[in-house]
Design a protein around this ligand. Structure first.
Ligand code: GUN
Length: 296
């Protein structure tokens, strides 16, 4: 079997066009555009690049955006003051605190401060808690895990009753995607650095979500024939053959896995474009909720 290669960029472009159309309607009705406020603290070049990409996507769909860029020496109080100001700013409907924050900043205290109405990253402990509870629904769910779930629906993967294996347990991807799969009635196994015999666990998986941050960690021979494979990894590896001297690979051995899976995402062009799109989707939802409440 050769897998369907899931084109995340195509799904993202389609969804972004839908959001752009909704922004036009929103502006016509309320007289202003949805706004995203980003907080970037520290000098991590990858984080700065992500924030640039997110702001560019905002512009593309017609949102306004502001970025509060702070040095790595910023204090807890300074970061918290920026979040409070965004909470109070009526032109801002979604707040994005780019992670990781500098080590001396208490992440949980910052994320807890974000207004629940503007928590478009879904990282407020209340939203994560609701995500984990039966019969409860968070207002917002984190962008990358939501992107994974949209992709699974797009390819028609049967989630209910499926054996889903998540590799990685980060607060940003592994843990929330495991909770989302559980909510969708999958039987979920989460593998991490202390898990014994990961290959055998993956061999039983109908759905594999690889979010471990290690280049080509998941081998093609581990994949069960017909499984759906979602690769969240984006790892930069040296490649003297490549024009730039490096290339991006995922957490899955793509060439081998695509011969066994029924559907698989590629890197780049798989989950990445969906992450930004889900942030836009959440910001649109936040603006709609706030505006409609004010209009009553
Ligand atoms: N760092 C890595 N991924 C993300 C994300 O989805 N949101 C935020 N805020 N920070 C991140």
């Amino acid at each position: 079997m050769t897998a369907t290669i899931i084109d995340g960029k195509m799904i993202a472009d389609r969804m972004q066009a839908e959001i752009a159309a909704e922004v036009e309607q929103f502006k016509a009705r309320f007289g202003y555009a949805p706004g995203l406020g980003a907080v970037l603290a520290g000098d991590d070049p990858a984080s700065a690049q992500y924030v640039r990409m997110k702001r560019r996507a905002c512009e593309k769909v017609g949102f306004t955006s502001v970025a509060h860029t702070m040095t790595a020496a910023s204090t807890q109080e300074e970061v918290e003051a920026v979040v409070r100001a965004l909470n109070d700013d009526a032109s801002i409907h979604g707040i994005l605190v780019q992670l990781p924050l500098p080590k001396h900043i208490h992440e949980e205290r910052v994320l807890r401060l974000v207004s629940l109405d503007k928590d478009v990253d879904g990282f407020h402990p209340e939203n994560i808690g609701l995500l984990g509870m039966k019969g409860r629904e968070p207002t917002f769910t984190p962008a990358t895990p939501t992107g994974c779930m949209v992709i699974l629906k797009e390819v028609g993967a049967k989630i209910e009753g499926a054996n889903a294996v998540v590799i990685g347990r980060s607060n940003i991807v592994g843990l929330p995607v495991a909770l989302m799969l559980l909510k969708a009635n999958a039987t979920v196994t989460v593998c991490h650095s202390r898990t014994k015999d990961i290959p055998d666990i993956v061999r039983r998986a109908d759905i594999v979500i690889a979010a471990i941050g290690q280049p080509e960690f998941v081998k093609g021979e581990w994949i069960k024939p017909g499984a759906v494979v979602i690769d969240v990894g984006t790892n930069k590896i040296d490649d003297p053959q490549a024009e730039k001297g490096y290339r991006w690979v995922g957490d899955v051995e793509f060439e081998a896995a695509k011969e066994v899976a029924s559907a698989i995402t590629q890197v780049p062009g798989g989950v990445g474009p969906m992450t930004i799109t889900m942030l836009l989707h959440n910001t649109m939802k936040a603006a709609r909720r706030i505006a409609e409440r004010a209009a009553v």
